[in-house]
Design a protein around this ligand. Structure first.
Ligand SMILES: [Zn+2]
Ligand SMILES: [Zn+2]
Length: 156
């Protein structure tokens, strides 16, 4: 498994795990509300989800924390994961079959004699100005894994 393959496997596992968390969480929409300021997050369906006030003392961060949690409710997270999966699907590394790499995707065509294995994988869709595939990971895939928290340490 190459570093790029490991990176893509990590991204898929991380998105799957975030999706499971979001599906298991209380359905939304979530909104901040509360008697002493909007420091409690409630679900329109099921009531209180999180109380960002801690004890009875005034806590300056409680309102921004509640706003932040509500903005990242399960529906919002699932929407972003669905969009990121589309981005992932467009920029997966595939065997290098030159300009036909997009047509063959992750599978080798019957006529492939293994020459693709002598080259690094390429992006499914990214091409240079002469139409040749770009070595994977392309910048779009790098930005995506960066957004999900991929670091060099994850490679080990
Ligand atoms: Zn790409
Ligand atoms: Zn091949």
């Amino acid at each position: 498994m190459t570093d790029t393959d490991r990176m893509v496997a990590w991204l898929r596992e991380t998105m799957d795990s975030a999706e499971r968390d979001a599906e298991a969480a209380t359905p939304g929409p979530w909104a901040p509300e509360g008697a002493l300021g909007a420091d409690v997050v409630t679900s329109a369906l099921l009531g209180r989800v999180a109380d960002c006030s801690v004890g009875t003392d005034y806590r300056p961060q409680s309102i921004p924390d509640a706003a932040h949690i509500a903005r990242h409710d399960p529906a919002a997270v699932l929407r972003r994961i669905a969009a990121d999966r589309k981005q992932h699907d467009e920029h997966i590394p595939v065997p290098d079959h030159g300009r036909f790499s997009h047509s063959y995707g992750e599978k080798c065509p019957a006529l492939c004699e293994g020459e693709c294995r002598d080259n690094p994988k390429v992006c499914l869709t990214c091409r240079d100005s002469s139409g040749d595939p770009i070595e994977a990971p392309c910048r779009s895939l790098e930005f995506l894994v960066e957004a999900w928290g991929w670091t060099e340490e994850e490679q080990r």
